[in-house]
Design a protein around this ligand. Structure first.
Ligand code: FAD
Ligand code: NAD
Length: 475
């Protein structure tokens, strides 16, 4: 007789573990199987996000942002701190400590909710049976009424840039460097490239980024990407656009990179090279053929808008399915399927998912860019407010960037909000809530914002959309 559960979740990342906890809250008997292995062989729940993604990257971004402020802003505040130096080992120890605390926290949450944690590899067989291969070589088969696939994603590798984890690295390796590389190359000027490039640039690396596209940050609003480029240049990130890597090879202690642009072939030598060209869904060994799960042409598990695969009682959530590869998107999908399994209402509003890039200045947006609204043919108005006109931002010595709101001229509905500036990732929550409630620009205009706060920038941007800004000149 195999072990019986109501729900088995395969994958304990930010999509899988919330699915497990929510299902357990709804009185279902739940197991969550996860195979994450750290470099030292230890297991930890939390997936990419907690172990090698969101959390460690934000720990290092925070540390190095503080360093940058100490070096470049303290004097402006009239603070004499003397020469500032870095203890990278201590910085990395802090990062590792935060990861350990957070991943350990998931086990505590599982215990409190009654989720059974299982370490090992899960494979969906036919008939909603799941085979578990333990790290010790053991095998057993579990059964469940419902199964949730949440196996996540892994970095893309480039065949002509052979990964060795030391000189030619992925983002995980680049979070754990024990020394600051003098010359750092990054292939891909996307979210990972910019966040990790900022970290190592602030720690002293000369950073060269090789980006295939001619356009910088094409997913962001045009005005935001233009402003962002200006600040990244100022920080010293050398971003080469329209640049295609032909090959890279390790030569002694260095990496030789050959890339081409419209101007011809170029050679670059760096001490470390990070490949950050996107991630792919991870489905290796996840489903047996008899399980009947379909993958799409890009390797994602095919699902409908409620994350149902074509097989009854099998769902898939997070990075392994279509949509943005973001932890909060996976979490909402995990919670939705748990609710659906328990017979409750569940829905994810895919139109209102915020994106944040945790650089300085921070970048955040929700909804459509101005370019997308224009292409849709809908009549629109735009309101912007520069942080330079915000008293709080000035007091913080953080007056770069702006808030921008795009609303429909016809019915005033907010279509998109774009921020570049201090705490943009926190400020965007107000815009997300407004859009979730289908708010109009007028709703934001009529909402009282405390003074002096950064959130006033959003208020003023909403006012500016109707040329009634108070604290900036209406154009
Ligand atoms: P994962 O987090 O990848 O978790 C999947 C888990 O399933 C893993 O533990 C894996 O080992 C396990 N698994 C896979 N197959 C099996 C199997 N067959 N059996 C058992 N276990 C299995 N997103 C944000 O929203 N904000 C950020 O700031 C952010 N920063 C990031 C920074 C970096 C450097 C990276 C790489 C990513 C970042 N992301 C960020 C993206 C975020 O990490 C992912 O969107 C998120 O982790 C996806 O969650 P998931 O649960 O779908 O998959
Ligand atoms: P990305 O898609 O953000 O950026 C990859 C970049 O590499 C793109 O600009 C692309 O044009 C470029 N590229 C692709 N192939 C190339 C090539 N051969 N040569 C040069 N450039 C090439 O992907 P990423 O930065 O690897 O991040 C992966 C995922 O992780 C993203 O989907 C992102 O959503 C998620 N993530 C999110 C956060 C966050 O929310 N703050 C942080 C890090 C990662």
């Amino acid at each position: 007789m195999s072990e019986q559960y109501d729900v088995i979740v395969i994958g304990g990342g930010p999509a899988g573990y919330p699915a497990a906890i929510r299902a357990a809250q709804l009185k279902l008997k739940v197991a969550c199987i996860d195979e994450w292995r750290n470099a030292d062989g230890s297991h930890a729940f939390g997936g990419t996000c907690l172990n090698a993604g969101c959390i460690p990257s934000k720990a290092l971004l925070e540390s190095t942002e503080l360093l940058h402020r100490a070096q470049h802003e303290f004097a402006l505040h009239g603070i004499k701190a003397g020469p500032v130096s870095v203890d990278l080992a201590a910085m990395q120890k802090r990062r590792a400590g935060i990861v350990k605390t957070m991943t350990g926290g998931i086990l505590a949450l599982f215990k409190a909710a009654g989720v059974v944690p299982i370490e090992g590899h899960g494979r969906l067989l036919g008939g909603n049976r799941v085979e578990v291969s333990g790290f010790d070589g053991s095998r057993r088969v579990l059964e469940a009424k419902d199964v949730v696939l949440a196996s996540g994603s892994v970095p893309f590798r480039l065949p002509t840039v052979p990964h060795d984890g030391v000189r030619i690295c992925d983002s995980w390796n680049a979070l754990e460097f024990a020394e600051t590389p003098k010359r750092l190359g990054i292939i891909g000027a996307g979210v990972i490239g910019l966040e990790l490039g900022s970290v190592w640039r602030r720690l002293g690396s000369e950073v060269t980024m090789i980006e295939a596209l001619d356009q910088f940050l094409p997913m962001a609003d045009g005005a935001v990407s233009k402003e962002a480029m200006r600040h990244f240049k100022k920080l010293g990130l050398d971003v080469k656009l329209g640049a295609r890597v032909q090959q890279a090879s390790v030569a002694g202690d260095a990496v030789d990179v050959v890339y081409t642009t419209s101007a011809g072939e170029h050679r670059l030598q760096v001490d470390r090279l990070v490949v950050a060209v996107g991630r792919r869904p991870f489905t290796e060994g996840l489903v047996a053929p008899e399980a009947g799960i379909e993958l799409d042409e890009r390797g994602f598990v095919r699902v409908d808008e409620h994350c149902r695969t074509g097989v009854p009682h099998v769902y898939a959530v997070g990075d392994v399915v279509r949509g943005p590869m973001l932890a909060h998107k996976g979490k909402e999908e995990g919670v939705m399927v748990a609710d659906l399994i328990a017979g409750r209402y569940g829905e994810v509003n895919y139109k209102v998912i915020p994106s944040v890039i945790y650089t300085a200045p921070e970048i955040a947006w929700v909804g459509q860019t101005e370019e997308q609204v224009k292409a849709s043919g809908r009549a629109y108005k735009v309101g912007s407010f520069p942080f330079a006109a915000s008293g709080r931002a000035r007091a913080m010595e953080a007056s770069a960037g702006f808030a921008k709101i795009i609303a429909s001229t016809e019915d005033d509905e907010i279509l998109g909000v774009h921020l570049i500036g201090p705490m943009a990732g926190e400020l965007i929550a107000e815009a997300v809530l407004a859009m979730e409630y289908s708010a109009s620009a007028e709703d934001l205009q009529r909402t009282i914002h405390a003074h002096p706060t950064l959130s006033e920038a959003l208020h003023e941007a909403a006012l500016a959309a109707d040329k009634r800004a108070i604290d900036s000149i209406n154009r």
